[in-house]
Design a protein around this ligand. Structure first.
Ligand SMILES: [Zn+2]
Length: 147
């Protein structure tokens, strides 16, 4: 199938979600899930609002996409997320058997690649899409919190 939306465009939507998280005082991470040129989930980090350390953008996007599809596996789906997933999210993405993950900035401290987390063998990964925008947002967030 021809992709109507570019990786940059979809990552911009994920960045808008990250911005929404920022405005709520949440660590600014946003996620979008796409299947067959349809956006079926958009979410952002809500760990503060929900008082829940598992409320990462990816976890909510996985749940929303599975609800939308009416099945637990995210076959043929692509996740766009502004920051490299953590180990927990990589684990959840493993179970979802998602086809593709596109992430923005790498997380050298808590990213799954550094921590030795694994994705499903069928999942392909694209790194560094609009990475500067995503990491700028994170830097601004933590700079404001230090004030
Ligand atoms: Zn996570």
């Amino acid at each position: 199938m021809i992709d109507f939306f570019s990786d940059d465009y979809l990552m911009k939507l994920a960045l808008q979600e990250a911005q929404a998280a920022f405005q709520k005082g949440e660590i600014p991470v946003g996620a979008i899930i796409v299947v067959d040129n349809r956006i079926i989930a958009r979410s952002h980090n809500l760990t503060e609002l929900l008082n829940d350390v598992t409320a990462h953008a990816e976890m909510q996007a996985i749940t929303a996409a599975a609800n939308f599809l009416g099945g637990k596996y995210l076959k043929d789906c692509t996740l766009y997320v502004t920051l490299e997933p953590c180990q927990m999210c990589a684990g959840a993405l493993y179970w979802s058997q998602i086809s593709k993950i596109v992430f923005g900035a790498s997380d050298d401290h808590r990213g799954f690649e550094k921590m030795g987390g694994q994705l499903h063998p069928k999942t392909t990964v694209v790194r560094g899409v609009l990475a500067d925008e995503a990491s700028d947002l994170m830097k601004r967030f933590f700079a404001e919190r230090r004030k």
